[in-house]
Design a protein around this ligand. Sequence first.
Ligand code: 6PG
Length: 229
Amino acid sequence: MIEAYANRHAAADAAAAILEQGLAEGLKSRARASLVATGGSSPAPVYRRLRETARIDWARVVIALSDERAVPPTSEHSNARLVRENLLVGEGAKAHLVPLWREDAESCEAAALAAEPALRAMSPFDAVLLGMGEDGHIASLFPGSPALGEGLDLGSSRYALGVPEPHGSPPLPRITLTLAALTDARCVVVLISGEAKKRIVERALAGDALPVGALLRQTRAPVRVLWSP
Ligand code: 6PG
């Protein structure tokens, strides 16, 4: 299940090609195609390649986020900002970004609930990009989080959840898509690098209880794990 690439550039190129294919397929049958973009350090090169090389009518693409930190959209920690600065540039600026966090939201949970109608309207997602932390988290579904019960329940009716207790790096309250939402998708790409993350995926595939394991074991959406050293 782990597809190995020589380096991060090659893995980013492959991820961009898979996302482009998903979006192109979506545009064949629907007025708008949908992409779930993620945060972290790995995806920026993917977004740049996608907007520079993909032959996509970006005006017909709607982008959601796999998760977001409860910070202003101008913050260096904002995933919306990461996507705006790397994907919504040039032709890519024609795409429509659906934010998960709003500054006027009373709480992460309120923001999550407010985002649900838009997320449902754009699903099934034509392409989903995820990273993974060395603790096995995907999106903002962190090991030990109270949100995991509902967040990993494929039968959940929720598409987004508030994660009010600070998690991740930097530790911040967050909003996350659920596994039910992330797998309502034509394809899911998990982009990882380094030996430590490879071992985490191998442990999850062997049955260890990690959030990424729930994604790897489900059969609703095809998942491709792209790895580079
Ligand atoms: C976030 C993420 C998170 C990320 C992983 C991997 O906002 O923090 O969406 O799930 O994808 O932590 O991050 P790296 O790419 O930095 O390893």
